[in-house]
Structure formats: structure tokens, C-alpha cells
Design a binder for this molecule. Sequence first.
Ligand SMILES: NC(=O)c1ccc[n+]([C@@H]2O[C@H](COP(=O)([O-])OP(=O)(O)OC[C@H]3O[C@@H](n4cnc5c(N)ncnc54)[C@H](O)[C@@H]3O)[C@@H](O)[C@H]2O)c1
Length: 285
Amino acid sequence: MNLHPALTAGRTAVITGAASGVGLAAARRFAGLGLNVVMADRDADSLDEAAAAVRAAAPGAEVVALAVDVAEFDQVAGLRDLTFGQFGDVAVLMNNAGVSGGGNAFQNRDGWDRVLGVNLGGVINGVQAFTQAMIDQNRPAAILNTGSKQGITTPPGDTAYNVSKAGIKALTEGLQHTLRETPGCLVTAHLLIPGFTFTGMTRGAPDKPAGAWTASQVIDFALERLTAGDFYILCPDNEVTRDIDNARITWAAQDITHNRPPLSRWHPDWKAPFAEFLERQIPKS
Ligand SMILES: NC(=O)c1ccc[n+]([C@@H]2O[C@H](COP(=O)([O-])OP(=O)(O)OC[C@H]3O[C@@H](n4cnc5c(N)ncnc54)[C@H](O)[C@@H]3O)[C@@H](O)[C@H]2O)c1
């Protein structure tokens, strides 16, 4: 398969949150394609281990690891300077570092700062630090920001996480609009929306739950959809199909257009209507 033109051997990918999960799977995949890989993560010990694993899996690949807290703009600007200094190129920027455990709307103030600072602040920092320099290269390049279905359907539980991911969605949509309005711009932006994926974030049990995808499945899907030119890279998993996602997203948007209570999907009065709606939306096989 011919991949997106940014995914060319000898070019360079920068990945945040690269010590684990989706970011680590991306680093392995990009190194395997012959790209130089710059792996950034706050967890320096895991990062060194992860970089060694990527080097072992892709001998000959140029793999650089840098301890970076994405919530700090100066550190993200340092990541940009190191990458351009060493490779003179950024073909792929994957703003992927993320944490959960924020909390509901009126609790855990510190958790809110942490989740918004890393998830949303980290992506803003990446976009602000790298985008103009990537445009100025005049070569095909892609920015992938990792969002979440929780930023679209906003389920109950971790409201801080939902807010951070809804912010990433709005930021990335605005970024892509600006890029496509910029004359001659060869950089595109994409919103990666993983489904349930077995990673450090979701690893409650030692074994992957049947419903979850592996991180490398997410990356395989992301590269296929990136190459097809998709902006919204909406991943299924082993339980949630594209039709189910489409129905849930439509229902969430219709909370507004049909004047229902928010999060009606989880409201006892709307349980049955939602189940009927889902039934109608899913094509019978
Ligand atoms: N796992 C899922 O089911 C799932 C679903 C939807 C979205 N996501 C998103 O995917 C992305 C990757 O998460 P994952 O599931 O691979 O989890 P993970 O915990 O395996 O990986 C996240 C990585 O981010 C790093 N990180 C955390 N804070 C950081 C900071 N301030 N600076 C730099 N690095 C930092 C962590 O050290 C870790 O290595 C996240 O943005 C997450 O919100 C995951």
C-alpha cells in the first residue's frame, strides 16, 4: 500500500507520550517504515526502555528519546529545536501524551489542572511550537492529535478528561481549517479517535479484555485512514463498530437539536428510547 506522502523513509516523526501504549506503537511502526523517530515522554525511565525496544525492533532506525513534560511550552519548544537541529525535518507530529483521572465537575481541582494541562495544554503547546516550522518546510507533513470518543459523546465519570478531549477536537478542527486556507500549505491535521485500547491508561487487568484493540491495531488503522485523507480517524474496537459509533454520536448531537437533557444516553427516562434508536440505526446483517 502506498502510504501518505509524509510517511516516507528518511523523514522524521515526533511522538509525545511515546513511552507506552498508542505512542509506543506509533514509534515502532514509523521506525519500521524507515522514518527517524523522536520519542518524547515525561517518564524518563520507561522512555529509555521503550526507545531501546524500538531500536531493537527496527535495527538501523535513528531513534532519539527526550524527556519532555508536554504541559510545559518551553520543553515542547526544546523538542522542536532538538528535532530540527538533528534531522532538519518533521514529517509527522503526533501530539498524543495523555492522562485520565480528572474527576467530576465540582471535585478534584488539582486533577482538573493536571488533566487539562497535559491533555489539552500539551496539544496546544505542540501545535504552537511546531506548525509554522512544518509549513515552512514546503514538504508534505501531518499533525495527528489524539482525541477520544469521550470528547464527543462526553459520558459521565471523568468530566475533566471529556473537557480536555472536546478541546482537542475543537482545536484540531480549527487547525485543519487554517491549514487548508493557507496558500501552498502542505501540512494537514487529523484527529485520532481511538476506541477502547489496551494500554497503560486502561490496563486494569493483566490480559487484554476481549473488547479492546491493541495499540498497534490503532496505529495500523490510523495509517490506513491518514493515507485515505480522513480528518476524523474514528477507530472501532472489538465491540464497538462504526455503525454503533455513528449512532451514539448522532444521538449525542440530537440532545441539543431535540431539546433532551444532556447525557440523555445515561438518563433513566431515555434508556429505552436510546435502545430503540440504536436498534433502528444498526443495519441488520
Ligand atoms: N487507551 C484507550 O482506550 C484510549 C482511548 C481513547 C483515547 N486515548 C488517548 O490515547 C493517548 C495515548 O494514551 P494510551 O492509551 O496509549 O495511554 P498510556 O498511559 O499507555 O500512554 C500515555 C503516555 O503519555 C505519557 N505522559 C503522560 N503525561 C505526560 C506529560 N505531561 N508529558 C509527556 N508525556 C506524558 C505517559 O508517561 C505515557 O507514557 C492519550 O491521549 C489517551 O487519552 C486512549
